[in-house]
Design a protein around this ligand. Structure first.
Ligand code: C2E
Ligand code: MG
Ligand code: MG
Ligand code: MG
Length: 271
């Protein structure tokens, strides 16, 4: 009896595992096609200066509308791409597409900078720096108008290759941001050593602002620490007026979130 049950369960997991692997494999193949056929697009979310109230930048966020599954979130397909060299093509695509789009908008009077996300794997790719240089050159987007966002966890790996990439990017004149800050364990010394321009406070802290005093203390100290090493601070995920008000009181520089604007297609934002 136990033996039969055991085998049955074993087979069940086998089937389940195979089913899941097949879905991943199919999704990866579909993603590969989508990249090749240019089916991925970028939504842009405004980044607002808290003193002037002006939109100073937009963050380009990758979007994939799957023909069968509909919108697949980047939190699902980016990790998938990172498991293979697909992340390189995907990264190049985002870089070229968004710099081209933003340069065109700036030429017609939209005065905003561009922020895009880099994955860990891109940071370890020696091809990244020449690619960024080429994108700037071919579009005419000024280096200082481009900010590359790297998550705290990717920055804190202490990879030699990534260190060299960061130095070279800095030499190009592009801006660098630490994304999702607060989820890792970086020290003030590490922050200073990295010589970044911007620090983005992770949404999880912003969400709890106004709900817990703890969150307020944490956000306050992150801002103080960032300002001490001359970083511009952006709060992610601002969804209500109370959070916005508190962030202003806490001397946060910029903010991003559904309250200020959802990620939207370029045409919806500017046409
Ligand atoms: P991220 O860079 O931290 O981007 C912010 C995420 O928070 C976006 O999710 C955005 O839509 C969402 N968000 C903004 N404001 C609010 C808010 O008020 N409330 C809530 N609940 N969410 C808000 P999205 O677009 O799903 O992207 C998720 C993550 O996927 C990004 O996090 C980034 O790490 C990654 N990602 C997106 N596009 C790219 C890309 O082109 N390349 C790479 N390597 N990663 C990307
Ligand atoms: Mg980001
Ligand atoms: Mg973030
Ligand atoms: Mg995030």
């Amino acid at each position: 009896q136990a033996k039969t049950l055991g085998r049955g369960r074993y087979e069940f997991f086998d089937v389940e595992l195979r089913r899941r692997m097949q879905r991943r494999l199919r999704l990866e193949q579909d993603l590969r096609d989508a990249v090749r056929l240019g089916k991925l697009w970028a939504a842009y979310q405004p980044v607002v200066d808290l003193r002037s109230g002006q939109t100073v930048a937009v963050e380009g966020l990758l979007r994939w509308t799957h023909p069968v599954h509909g919108a697949v979130p980047p939190t699902e397909f980016i990790p998938l791409a990172e498991e293979s060299d697909l992340i390189r093509q995907l990264g190049s695509h985002v870089l070229r597409m968004t710099t081209r789009e933003l340069a065109a908008r700036r030429a017609s009077g939209v005065d905003v900078d561009l922020k895009i996300n880099l994955s860990t794997r891109q940071l370890d790719d020696p091809g990244l720096v020449p690619e960024v240089e080429a994108a700037l050159e071919s579009t005419g987007l000024p280096a200082k108008a481009l900010c590359l966002e790297i998550t705290e966890s990717a920055l804190m790996r202490d990879s030699v290759l990534a260190g060299e990439t960061l130095t070279a990017l800095r030499e190009l004149g592009v801006r660098l941001a630490i994304d999702d800050f607060g989820t890792g364990y970086s020290s003030l010394a590490q922050l200073q050593r990295l010589t970044l321009d911007t620090l983005k406070i992770d949404r999880s802290f912003v969400t709890r602002l106004g709900e817990s005093d703890d969150a307020e203390v944490i956000v306050k100290s992150i801002i103080a620490m960032a300002h001490a090493v001359k970083l511009t601070v952006v709060a992610e995920g601002v969804e209500n007026e109370r959070q916005l008000e508190l962030l202003r009181e806490l001397d946060c520089d910029q903010a991003q979130g559904y309250l200020l604007g959802r990620p939207a297609p370029a045409a919806e934002l500017w046409d």
